[in-house]
Design a protein around this ligand. Structure first.
Ligand code: ZN
Length: 295
C-alpha cells in the first residue's frame, strides 16, 4: 500500500453474503507498545484487540465508532479499545506490565493473561440515539475466538476470527495481523465447508505475516477455491483523538468540590490521556476560570 503501512482488505465471496476482512497491523501495534510500554503478553493481547477492532471500525458508516471492552478475570485487568470508520484505533490495558508463564509450546499465554470467563463487551456508537451494546462471557480468553463467539451468539452472525502478534526478544513487534469472516446463516454448505478447510490449513496469522505475506496473500489462502472479489481497502492507524479541549471538559465533569480540592492541594492539575499518555497541564488560573465557568 502506498502512503500508509497497515491496512484492511475487504472482500465478498461471489453469489453469497459472505464477507471477509484481512488486516495487517504491525505498525499500529508497535506504536501502542511504545506508548504504553507493554510487556510482551500485554502487547499481544492489546494488539489482537486493536487489530480486530480496526476491522470492525472500517466497515462502519461515517461518524460511527465501535468499542471493545474486556473485563479480565486474569491479571491483565482490563482491555479497552476503540475504532472508527476512518481506520483510527486506540486502546490500553489496565496492567501493561503483566507477566504470565508462557504456554507449553513456548508462546505468549494471552489466554492466561486475559482469563477464560472474562466479560467481553461491544459498544457500537452509530452516531445517533443510544449506543448499541452486546456482551458475552469469553469461552477461551485469547480474544479472536471469543470475538467470533460474540458475533455468532450476540449478533446472530456466524463468524470466524483470528488475530496474532509476534513479539521479538526485545519486546518489539515483528508482525501482527488478523482476519474476520462473516458467514450469515443460509450460506451454502459447500462454501462454509471450504472456508473451514481453508482456515484449518492456515498458520497462525502472526507467522503468516512474519513470513512476508501481506493481506492480499492471506485473503487468497483464506478464500481458496471460492470466487471472490476485493471490494475495498482502508488504512489503519493508531491515532488518539484527545485534545486540550476534551481534557478540560473531563476536568469540568469532576464538579466544583473536586476542582476546589485540586486547587487547594495541588494548585494545578494534570490530566493524562489513558489512550496515548499525553499530559495536559492546567494552571491555577485555568482551574479558577473553569470554576467560574461551571458556576
Ligand atoms: Zn490521547
Amino acid at each position: 500500500m502506498e502512503g500508509y503501512r497497515d491496512y484492511v482488505l475487504r472482500a465478498m465471496v461471489e453469489d453469497t453474503l459472505v464477507t471477509a476482512y484481512v488486516a495487517s497491523s504491525m505498525h499500529l501495534v508497535e506504536e501502542a507498545r511504545k506508548l504504553h510500554g507493554t510487556s510482551p503478553v500485554a502487547t499481544a493481547a492489546l494488539g489482537r484487540a486493536l487489530t480486530l477492532v480496526g476491522i470492525m471500525g472500517v466497515v462502519l458508516a461515517e461518524n460511527q465508532r465501535v468499542s471493545l471492552q474486556i473485563c479480565c478475570r486474569g491479571p491483565l485487568g482490563g482491555i479497552f479499545v476503540q475504532g472508527n470508520w476512518k481506520g483510527e484505533v486506540r486502546g490500553y490495558v489496565s496492567q501493561p506490565l503483566v507477566i504470565v508463564p508462557p504456554r507449553e509450546d513456548g508462546k505468549l499465554n494471552v489466554e492466561a493473561a486475559v482469563g477464560k470467563g472474562s466479560q467481553l463487551i461491544v459498544v457500537r456508537d452509530l452516531g445517533f440515539g443510544e449506543p448499541w451494546v452486546g456482551s458475552v462471557e469469553m469461552p477461551r480468553g485469547g480474544i479472536a475466538y471469543d470475538l467470533a463467539y460474540y458475533f455468532t451468539l450476540s449478533e446472530q452472525l456466524p463468524t470466524a476470527c483470528s488475530a496474532g502478534v509476534y513479539v521479538g526478544t526485545q519486546g518489539e513487534v515483528l508482525s501482527a495481523g488478523g482476519f474476520i469472516v462473516h458467514t450469515p446463516s443460509g450460506t451454502d454448505e459447500g462454501v462454509v465447508e471450504q472456508l473451514e478447510q481453508n482456515i484449518s490449513q492456515l498458520q497462525p496469522v502472526s507467522l503468516e505475516f512474519f513470513a512476508g505475506k501481506n493481506p492480499i496473500d492471506l485473503l487468497a489462502e483464506l478464500l481458496r477455491g471460492l470466487r471472490y472479489r476485493v471490494v475495498g481497502e482502508n488504512a489503519l492507524f493508531y491515532r488518539c483523538s484527545c485534545s486540550r479541549e476534551r481534557a478540560r471538559h473531563m476536568l469540568s465533569l469532576l464538579g466544583r468540590k473536586e476542582i476546589k480540592q485540586l486547587l487547594q492541594e495541588e494548585g494545578r492539575s494534570e490530566v493524562r490521556c489513558v489512550f496515548c499518555n499525553r499530559v495536559y497541564l492546567f494552571t491555577k488560573e485555568e482551574l479558577e476560570a473553569l470554576l467560574t465557568e461551571i458556576g
